[in-house]
Design a protein around this ligand. Structure first.
Ligand code: DGL
Length: 272
């Protein structure tokens, strides 16, 4: 770790696609002097309907790529990849991993109606992580679970404002509203990019819970623990390089909407 002090430490961020950008936007706010490498596995997105082993194989390829780029910490900014692979990763690598998990706990704690909705992918709902979280933190509330089929694709293909997406959201969110949910947990990192559209269906009385700010704070704590925080070492803002196994157009569009001015050459297509 010591030799890292002389250079900036880099944080790796991984998602099946553009969804992890909802975590990146919180990470660079929390860690403004850190550099980031964002990797989107766009060519294999969506993960949500894939078999667990297939997801694990892709995640291992992604992690190996990020490690070759000399990252110090890896944020698996994908609930589905976390659910499928985080145990395997922690068993096989020494680098610290920060994963995503649906924010069921804060929603359950703060719910006044005792009903919460969770929107995630099928693979996340099947995972041990989600089911353990339910068991430990949501035994006193009613949980309305909904797999958001088609929503990851809507974000990836710039269809967040299309009538088809509005129809999907109506079908997914209305049953939660009708059941009395006062919190909707976004259990997929793509879904914060649909927050405005979800709000239209859910109305203003429902709290939409995005776990990304908590994940960014946790990442900062992990960095501090490992002696990798750079606030005092560097006074210039960090840089992010974006890699994608497929198209980079949506990655550029969303990243630039979050942080204008990123040069075109910082978006790089790769094969892994
Ligand atoms: N962003 C991923 C997640 O958080 C999307 C999964 C997918 O590719 O289906 O679950």
């Amino acid at each position: 770790m010591k030799e890292k002090k002389s250079e900036r430490s880099v944080i790796g961020i991984f998602d099946s696609g553009v969804g992890g950008l909802s975590v990146w936007r919180e990470l660079f706010k929390e860690l403004p002097f850190s550099d980031f490498i964002y990797l989107s596995d766009n060519a294999f997105c969506p993960y949500g309907s894939r078999k667990q082993q297939e997801i694990v194989d892709r995640v291992i390829k992604a992690v190996d790529f990020l490690i070759k780029k000399d990252v110090s910490v890896i944020v698996i900014a994908c609930n589905t990849a976390t659910a499928a692979a985080i145990e395997t990763l922690r068993k096989n690598y020494t680098i610290p991993f920060i994963g995503m998990e649906p924010a069921v706990k804060p929603a359950a704690i703060h719910s006044a109606t005792g009903v919460i909705g969770v929107l995630a992918t099928q693979a996340t709902f099947k995972g041990k992580l989600y089911n353990n979280t339910l068991e430990h933190f949501a035994s006193d509330v009613k949980v309305i679970q909904q797999a958001g089929a088609g929503l990851v694709e809507a974000v990836e293909h710039d269809l967040t404002d299309s009538p088809q997406t509005a129809e999907l959201l109506k079908n997914y969110i209305m049953p939660m509203v009708e059941a009395g949910a006062d919190h909707i947990v976004l259990g997929c990192t793509h879904f914060p990019f649909l927050a405005d559209q979800i709000r239209i269906v859910a109305g203003n009385g429902i709290t939409i819970v995005d776990p990304a700010p908590a994940v960014a704070r946790h990442t900062r704590n992990v960095m501090a623990e490992k002696g990798l925080l750079q606030d005092k070492l560097f006074s210039t803002e960090g840089r992010t390089l974006f890699f994608s196994t497929g198209e980079t157009a949506m990655l550029q569009k969303i990243a630039l909407s979050i942080k204008p001015g990123i040069p075109r050459e910082d978006f790089i297509r790769i094969i892994i």
